[in-house]
Write a protein that binds this ligand. Structure first.
Ligand code: OGA
Ligand code: MN
Length: 294
Protein backbone atom coordinates (compact mmCIF):
# COMPACT_ATOMS: atom_id res chain seq x y z
CA UNK A 1 0.00 0.00 0.00
CA UNK A 2 1.33 3.42 -0.90
CA UNK A 3 2.10 5.93 1.82
CA UNK A 4 -0.48 8.64 2.24
CA UNK A 5 -0.59 11.67 4.54
CA UNK A 6 -3.61 13.35 6.12
CA UNK A 7 -2.88 16.81 7.46
CA UNK A 8 -3.58 17.35 11.15
CA UNK A 9 -2.96 21.13 11.32
CA UNK A 10 -3.00 23.93 8.72
CA UNK A 11 0.77 24.49 8.97
CA UNK A 12 2.40 21.12 9.72
CA UNK A 13 1.84 17.61 11.18
CA UNK A 14 0.25 14.68 9.38
CA UNK A 15 -1.01 11.20 10.08
CA UNK A 16 0.53 8.63 7.77
CA UNK A 17 -1.18 5.50 6.55
CA UNK A 18 0.22 2.77 4.32
CA UNK A 19 3.28 2.21 6.52
CA UNK A 20 3.68 -0.17 9.47
CA UNK A 21 6.78 0.50 11.56
CA UNK A 22 6.67 -3.03 12.98
CA UNK A 23 7.61 -4.53 9.61
CA UNK A 24 10.65 -4.08 7.40
CA UNK A 25 10.25 -0.87 5.37
CA UNK A 26 11.28 -1.07 1.70
CA UNK A 27 13.64 1.63 0.34
CA UNK A 28 10.87 3.30 -1.72
CA UNK A 29 8.60 3.49 1.32
CA UNK A 30 11.47 4.89 3.38
CA UNK A 31 12.09 7.66 0.83
CA UNK A 32 8.37 8.49 0.85
CA UNK A 33 8.49 8.58 4.66
CA UNK A 34 11.48 10.96 4.65
CA UNK A 35 9.73 13.22 2.13
CA UNK A 36 6.64 13.30 4.37
CA UNK A 37 8.87 14.25 7.35
CA UNK A 38 10.51 17.03 5.35
CA UNK A 39 7.15 18.49 4.47
CA UNK A 40 5.09 17.96 7.64
CA UNK A 41 7.88 17.85 10.33
CA UNK A 42 5.63 15.81 12.66
CA UNK A 43 4.28 12.46 11.50
CA UNK A 44 1.94 10.20 13.43
CA UNK A 45 1.80 6.50 12.62
CA UNK A 46 -0.87 4.49 14.45
CA UNK A 47 -0.68 0.76 15.22
CA UNK A 48 -3.17 -1.52 16.91
CA UNK A 49 -0.45 -2.73 19.30
CA UNK A 50 2.72 -1.00 20.55
CA UNK A 51 5.99 -1.59 18.78
CA UNK A 52 8.38 -3.87 20.60
CA UNK A 53 11.62 -2.17 21.67
CA UNK A 54 13.42 -4.12 18.94
CA UNK A 55 11.01 -2.94 16.22
CA UNK A 56 11.30 0.64 17.49
CA UNK A 57 15.11 0.49 17.36
CA UNK A 58 15.17 -1.25 13.97
CA UNK A 59 13.05 1.40 12.26
CA UNK A 60 14.89 4.31 13.93
CA UNK A 61 18.22 2.91 12.74
CA UNK A 62 17.08 3.37 9.13
CA UNK A 63 16.94 7.15 9.65
CA UNK A 64 20.55 7.85 10.67
CA UNK A 65 23.04 7.37 13.51
CA UNK A 66 21.09 6.67 16.66
CA UNK A 67 21.84 8.15 20.06
CA UNK A 68 23.00 5.50 22.50
CA UNK A 69 22.97 6.09 26.23
CA UNK A 70 25.37 4.50 28.69
CA UNK A 71 25.49 0.70 28.57
CA UNK A 72 22.48 -0.77 30.36
CA UNK A 73 23.09 -1.55 33.99
CA UNK A 74 22.58 -5.00 35.43
CA UNK A 75 19.10 -6.03 36.50
CA UNK A 76 17.92 -4.61 39.79
CA UNK A 77 19.86 -1.36 39.57
CA UNK A 78 17.01 0.84 38.41
CA UNK A 79 16.86 0.43 34.64
CA UNK A 80 13.44 -0.57 33.32
CA UNK A 81 14.37 -0.87 29.64
CA UNK A 82 17.70 -2.55 28.92
CA UNK A 83 18.36 -0.86 25.56
CA UNK A 84 20.95 1.92 25.30
CA UNK A 85 19.04 3.36 22.31
CA UNK A 86 15.81 3.89 24.26
CA UNK A 87 15.15 6.84 26.56
CA UNK A 88 12.50 5.87 29.06
CA UNK A 89 10.08 8.82 29.16
CA UNK A 90 7.55 7.05 31.37
CA UNK A 91 6.65 7.85 34.97
CA UNK A 92 7.54 4.29 35.98
CA UNK A 93 10.41 2.89 38.02
CA UNK A 94 12.34 -0.33 37.36
CA UNK A 95 9.56 -2.40 38.92
CA UNK A 96 6.90 -0.73 36.77
CA UNK A 97 5.48 1.30 39.67
CA UNK A 98 4.66 5.02 39.43
CA UNK A 99 7.47 7.24 40.79
CA UNK A 100 6.75 8.97 44.09
CA UNK A 101 6.09 12.70 43.86
CA UNK A 102 9.43 13.73 45.37
CA UNK A 103 11.56 11.41 43.22
CA UNK A 104 14.35 13.25 41.40
CA UNK A 105 13.90 11.06 38.34
CA UNK A 106 10.29 12.20 38.07
CA UNK A 107 11.35 15.84 38.47
CA UNK A 108 13.66 15.27 35.53
CA UNK A 109 10.79 13.94 33.36
CA UNK A 110 8.67 16.92 34.33
CA UNK A 111 11.29 19.21 32.78
CA UNK A 112 9.86 17.94 29.46
CA UNK A 113 6.92 20.23 30.17
CA UNK A 114 9.05 23.20 29.07
CA UNK A 115 9.13 23.91 25.33
CA UNK A 116 12.29 22.33 23.98
CA UNK A 117 14.00 20.59 21.13
CA UNK A 118 15.75 17.32 21.99
CA UNK A 119 19.51 17.38 22.53
CA UNK A 120 20.11 20.95 21.38
CA UNK A 121 22.75 21.01 24.15
CA UNK A 122 24.99 18.79 22.01
CA UNK A 123 27.25 20.07 19.23
CA UNK A 124 25.89 17.31 16.98
CA UNK A 125 22.18 18.05 17.01
CA UNK A 126 19.31 15.57 17.04
CA UNK A 127 17.38 15.24 13.80
CA UNK A 128 14.45 12.91 14.45
CA UNK A 129 12.92 11.75 17.70
CA UNK A 130 10.58 8.76 17.63
CA UNK A 131 8.24 8.45 20.60
CA UNK A 132 6.36 5.19 20.95
CA UNK A 133 3.28 4.80 23.16
CA UNK A 134 3.04 1.63 25.26
CA UNK A 135 0.51 2.74 27.86
CA UNK A 136 -1.54 5.94 27.84
CA UNK A 137 -3.67 7.39 30.66
CA UNK A 138 -7.43 7.80 30.23
CA UNK A 139 -7.01 11.48 31.14
CA UNK A 140 -5.40 13.79 28.53
CA UNK A 141 -1.60 13.72 28.55
CA UNK A 142 -0.91 15.25 25.15
CA UNK A 143 2.37 16.25 23.60
CA UNK A 144 2.35 19.69 21.98
CA UNK A 145 4.45 20.67 18.98
CA UNK A 146 5.29 24.06 17.46
CA UNK A 147 6.48 24.71 13.91
CA UNK A 148 9.64 26.85 13.92
CA UNK A 149 9.55 27.39 10.15
CA UNK A 150 6.06 28.86 10.31
CA UNK A 151 7.16 31.00 13.26
CA UNK A 152 10.12 32.33 11.26
CA UNK A 153 7.88 33.09 8.26
CA UNK A 154 5.51 35.08 10.47
CA UNK A 155 8.14 37.20 12.28
CA UNK A 156 8.20 40.92 11.47
CA UNK A 157 10.90 41.83 8.94
CA UNK A 158 12.73 44.00 11.50
CA UNK A 159 13.00 41.08 13.93
CA UNK A 160 14.23 38.78 11.18
CA UNK A 161 16.95 41.27 10.29
CA UNK A 162 17.92 41.66 13.95
CA UNK A 163 18.27 37.97 14.75
CA UNK A 164 19.69 36.44 11.59
CA UNK A 165 23.35 35.59 12.15
CA UNK A 166 23.04 35.38 15.97
CA UNK A 167 24.16 32.32 17.87
CA UNK A 168 22.45 31.00 20.97
CA UNK A 169 24.28 29.20 23.74
CA UNK A 170 22.58 25.95 24.76
CA UNK A 171 23.19 24.19 28.03
CA UNK A 172 21.66 21.11 29.53
CA UNK A 173 21.96 22.67 32.96
CA UNK A 174 20.05 25.77 31.99
CA UNK A 175 16.86 23.81 31.33
CA UNK A 176 17.32 21.64 34.45
CA UNK A 177 17.39 24.74 36.63
CA UNK A 178 14.51 26.37 34.68
CA UNK A 179 12.52 23.21 35.33
CA UNK A 180 13.14 23.64 39.10
CA UNK A 181 15.92 21.09 39.19
CA UNK A 182 18.85 21.56 41.62
CA UNK A 183 21.81 23.82 40.71
CA UNK A 184 24.53 21.62 39.19
CA UNK A 185 27.92 21.36 40.84
CA UNK A 186 31.01 22.58 38.93
CA UNK A 187 31.93 18.97 38.32
CA UNK A 188 28.50 18.20 36.84
CA UNK A 189 28.72 21.30 34.65
CA UNK A 190 31.99 20.09 33.18
CA UNK A 191 30.37 16.82 32.05
CA UNK A 192 28.09 18.74 29.66
CA UNK A 193 29.68 22.02 28.58
CA UNK A 194 27.52 24.57 26.70
CA UNK A 195 27.48 24.67 22.89
CA UNK A 196 26.50 27.32 20.36
CA UNK A 197 24.04 26.97 17.48
CA UNK A 198 22.73 29.45 14.91
CA UNK A 199 19.44 30.93 16.09
CA UNK A 200 18.16 30.94 12.52
CA UNK A 201 19.14 28.23 10.08
CA UNK A 202 18.01 26.65 6.85
CA UNK A 203 16.16 23.46 7.63
CA UNK A 204 18.01 20.84 5.57
CA UNK A 205 14.94 18.74 4.77
CA UNK A 206 12.70 21.44 3.37
CA UNK A 207 15.15 24.23 2.46
CA UNK A 208 12.96 26.60 4.50
CA UNK A 209 14.36 28.96 7.11
CA UNK A 210 13.65 28.04 10.69
CA UNK A 211 14.23 29.29 14.19
CA UNK A 212 16.25 26.92 16.37
CA UNK A 213 15.11 27.49 19.94
CA UNK A 214 14.71 25.50 23.13
CA UNK A 215 14.49 25.58 26.89
CA UNK A 216 18.17 24.60 26.76
CA UNK A 217 19.03 27.93 25.04
CA UNK A 218 20.30 30.17 27.82
CA UNK A 219 21.53 33.37 26.16
CA UNK A 220 22.94 34.91 22.98
CA UNK A 221 26.65 34.68 22.28
CA UNK A 222 28.33 38.10 22.37
CA UNK A 223 25.44 39.85 24.11
CA UNK A 224 24.91 40.57 27.80
CA UNK A 225 23.30 37.46 29.30
CA UNK A 226 20.12 39.17 30.52
CA UNK A 227 19.58 40.89 27.19
CA UNK A 228 20.00 37.62 25.30
CA UNK A 229 17.74 35.82 27.70
CA UNK A 230 15.01 38.41 27.20
CA UNK A 231 15.28 38.08 23.41
CA UNK A 232 15.04 34.29 23.64
CA UNK A 233 12.01 34.52 25.93
CA UNK A 234 10.32 36.85 23.50
CA UNK A 235 11.03 34.57 20.53
CA UNK A 236 9.91 31.46 22.43
CA UNK A 237 6.61 33.19 23.30
CA UNK A 238 6.09 34.21 19.68
CA UNK A 239 6.99 30.81 18.27
CA UNK A 240 4.60 28.95 20.57
CA UNK A 241 1.53 31.08 19.90
CA UNK A 242 -1.57 28.90 19.53
CA UNK A 243 -1.64 29.20 15.73
CA UNK A 244 1.77 27.47 15.49
CA UNK A 245 0.89 24.64 17.88
CA UNK A 246 -0.46 21.14 17.26
CA UNK A 247 -1.43 18.88 20.19
CA UNK A 248 -1.22 15.14 19.79
CA UNK A 249 -3.74 13.10 21.78
CA UNK A 250 -2.06 9.73 22.31
CA UNK A 251 -3.37 6.22 21.83
CA UNK A 252 -1.49 3.06 22.72
CA UNK A 253 0.43 1.91 19.63
CA UNK A 254 1.04 5.42 18.29
CA UNK A 255 4.50 6.39 17.15
CA UNK A 256 5.08 10.10 16.67
CA UNK A 257 8.19 11.15 14.79
CA UNK A 258 9.28 14.78 14.92
CA UNK A 259 12.05 16.76 13.30
CA UNK A 260 13.98 18.54 16.03
CA UNK A 261 15.65 20.88 13.54
CA UNK A 262 12.41 22.76 12.80
CA UNK A 263 10.03 22.11 15.70
CA UNK A 264 9.80 22.41 19.46
CA UNK A 265 7.69 20.23 21.72
CA UNK A 266 6.58 19.81 25.29
CA UNK A 267 4.76 17.32 27.46
CA UNK A 268 1.60 18.58 29.12
CA UNK A 269 0.52 18.19 32.69
CA UNK A 270 -1.45 15.22 33.94
CA UNK A 271 -1.84 13.52 37.29
CA UNK A 272 1.35 11.47 37.16
CA UNK A 273 0.74 10.09 40.64
CA UNK A 274 -2.54 8.40 39.71
CA UNK A 275 -2.00 7.39 36.10
CA UNK A 276 0.65 5.38 34.33
CA UNK A 277 2.10 6.80 31.14
CA UNK A 278 4.63 4.64 29.33
CA UNK A 279 6.20 6.33 26.31
CA UNK A 280 9.67 5.49 25.02
CA UNK A 281 11.96 7.47 22.74
CA UNK A 282 14.74 6.86 20.29
CA UNK A 283 16.73 9.76 18.86
CA UNK A 284 18.63 10.15 15.61
CA UNK A 285 21.63 12.51 15.32
CA UNK A 286 22.83 14.69 12.44
CA UNK A 287 25.92 12.55 12.18
CA UNK A 288 27.75 10.03 14.27
CA UNK A 289 29.10 12.02 17.26
CA UNK A 290 31.89 9.49 17.77
CA UNK A 291 33.23 10.33 14.31
CA UNK A 292 33.44 14.02 15.34
CA UNK A 293 35.24 13.33 18.59
CA UNK A 294 37.82 11.13 16.87
C1 OGA B 1 10.49 13.50 24.58
C2 OGA B 1 9.49 14.43 25.15
C3 OGA B 1 7.14 14.62 25.69
C4 OGA B 1 6.04 13.76 26.20
O1 OGA B 1 10.24 12.29 24.60
O2 OGA B 1 11.52 13.99 24.10
O3 OGA B 1 9.75 15.58 25.30
O4 OGA B 1 4.87 14.17 26.07
N1 OGA B 1 8.29 13.87 25.42
O5 OGA B 1 6.34 12.69 26.75
MN1 MN C 1 11.74 16.00 24.31
Amino acid sequence: MALSARKLHPLFAAELTGIDLRRPVAPAALSAFRAAMDEHAICVVRHDAPLTNEQHIAFSGLLGPMERGPAPKIAGTGIRLPHPEIVDQSNLDADGAVYADGDRRLAYKRANRLWHTDMSFYAVRATYSLLSAHEIPVVPADTEFADMRAAWDALPAATKAEIEGLKAEHSYWHSRVLGDGPEPTEEERRTRPPVRHALVHTHPGSGRKSLYLASHASHIAGRPVEEGRALLRELMAFATRPEFVFAHRWRTGDVVIWDNLCTMHRATEFDDQSYRRDVRRTTVRERDPAAVDA
